[in-house]
Ligand binder design. Structure first.
Ligand code: ATP
Length: 255
């Protein structure tokens, strides 16, 4: 298998099994390469292994067979900065937005001045600078998710792993956050792996969509819609066509 110079994440015949050999693997023989700066969505029926794949790339678990490499190092020991964002914003209720946003830097021992500066900058980029003194209970779901996103980005990650981050939000909030996520991606150029159940979200955000089915990559689809993508993109016939194509493939693998 040839490895191109810009391969960032390299999945080589990755198999993951929980428990003994009597149980079928959750992932089986996943092979793909991800280049720096790609925005990849993972989509597929419930239980097909999307979150497990994300956790393997995060280095939170190891493959049963095959290799998960990031910048040529096994994911579990790679020094590549990765940030994980979950559906639940996981904010600490007794800390203000500002202190929640500084939390990861504080844990890493970053001096107070520097972490204040970085967190302030990211809160402002996430359009919630004006909420810095509030507590999580005083925020909407969308605002909480923006804090979670800002906090993750304070780590200046080169890889962002997002597990259904907007799944609990109403559609309009979700659309706004999709647009803001892309504008952050354009500025900061991290590589993204994004798990979602929403085909429109996957098409809007991604440079490539992996459709998973029972532990395998059933379809690997480039999304060739031009960037920047914005609200007008969703009106475009090419966007609707892409959504219809991916929906059809998803229905096929879910049947
Ligand atoms: N730690 C674990 N121990 C045993 N089985 C597990 C473990 N983690 C996940 N599984 C099983 O692996 C399968 C895939 O789970 P995973 O969470 O990766 O799926 P998913 O595609 O993200 O699902 P969903 O879309 O419902 O979130 C499921 O059958 C799940 O029960």
């Amino acid at each position: 298998m040839s490895l191109t110079a810009d391969t960032f994440v390299d999945l080589q015949s990755v198999t993951k099994r929980f428990g003994d050999n009597s149980r079928p693997p959750v992932l089986s023989g996943i092979t793909t390469q991800i280049a720096r700066g790609e925005f990849i969505s993972l989509i597929g029926p419930s239980g097909c292994g999307k979150s497990t794949l994300l956790r393997l790339i995060a280095g939170l678990t190891t493959p049963t067979a095959g290799r998960v490499l990031i910048e040529n190092q096994p994911a579990a020991t790679s020094g590549t900065e990765r940030a994980f964002i979950f559906q639940d914003a996981t904010l600490l209720p007794w800390l203000t937005v500002q202190h929640n946003a500084e939390l990861l830097l504080k844990i890493r021992g970053v001096p107070a001045d520097r972490r204040r500066e970085l967190a302030t900058q990211l809160l402002s980029l996430a359009r919630i600078g004006h909420l810095a003194d509030r507590y999580p209970r005083q925020l909407s779901g969308g605002e909480k998710m923006r804090v979670s996103l800002a906090r993750a980005l304070t780590l200046e990650p080169s890889l962002l792993l997002l597990d259904e981050p907007f799944g609990a939000l109403d559609e309009l909030t979700r659309e706004h956050l999709n647009e803001e996520l892309l504008s952050l991606h354009e500025r900061q150029r991290w590589t993204a792996l994004f798990v979602t159940h929403s085909v429109t979200e996957a098409v809007f955000l991604s440079t490539r969509i992996l459709v998973l089915s029972t532990g395998r990559i059933a379809h690997d689809l480039p999304v060739d819609l031009p960037f920047p993508r914005n609200a007008a993109t969703r009106e475009h016939p090419a966007f609707h066509q892409r959504v219809a194509d991916v929906s059809r493939l998803l229905r096929q693998v879910s049947a």
